[in-house]
Write a protein that binds this ligand. Sequence first.
Ligand code: NDP
Length: 283
Amino acid sequence: MSKNFKAELVGCFGQPVAENPTGVMQEAAFRAAGLDWRYLTVEVGPENLADAMRGVRAFGMRGLNLTIPHKVAVIDHLDELTPAARLIGAVNTIVRRGDRLVGDNTDGKGFLRGMRQDAGVEPSGKRIVLLGAGGAARAVAAELLLAGAADVLVVNRRVERGERMTADLKASAQGPIRFEPWVGTYSVPKETDIFVNATSIGLYPDVDAVPAVSLAEACCLVADAVFNPPETGLLRMAREQGLPTLDGLSMLVYQGVIGFQLWTGQDPDEGVMKRALAEALEA
Ligand code: NDP
């Protein structure tokens, strides 16, 4: 019987990247599926991205994740974008199809899957307030519009960034999206169904930071994109007010689940991925 000692390679490029836990959950899922695949977490600076992407082609890597600061810059090194990546204007996942590298974006899809599976909430027809206008917010907003949300209200500190994101998505997704500047403490309106923090407020090491928002009027699902720590100050505040919550681990796990499916063509054991991630972040 012939033997095969060659592993298939995927990975992640970013800077900083050392605290990114995605590799732990992907490798746990590869092992559970009996696949001889490796996930390489590699520190790549902006000046080395072009060479690193030539390396991806030279090594025949099956796919890749991108994190800060490469999600937009990597587009120049790809052969094709999926409609979602084009809409969002950023790539977090690459899939190799033959010799072609195809850029996709699974952040928003991961968030929506978590909302459906873990919180039991269907975004179609819902009124959403989305705090933030960075990469994560763009991905979440684009998928909410594609899923048929009734209203996406973007609230952001920097007006120009919030207006640009809203105008871009209104033109490309043709959905009900609008913008309000974030001034002082933002009171989440009572008709809101879902409130999402897609800013980096509360992210380690600044774990005591909480976005200046009031949930006093609200009776909505409160979701946070921040996954480190999983229980952010915002989610604690929401829980103390009796509101349902959805943490950033859910978004991270499901974007990983979708990545695994795109790369291997198989369904991973989601429980294995969740446990591996939770253990990696606790350790
Ligand atoms: P960006 O740097 O692209 O955007 C950051 C956003 O946070 C901007 O809207 C910025 O506002 C806002 N912000 C940051 N600090 C403040 C502050 N002090 N006051 C008000 N607004 C602030 O980051 P990303 O969009 O890539 O990431 C955002 C968060 O989402 C991070 O915590 C990241 O870890 C998380 N994330 C989680 C994922 C998951 O799978 N769970 C996936 C991807 C991201 P302004 O424009 O005014 O500067």
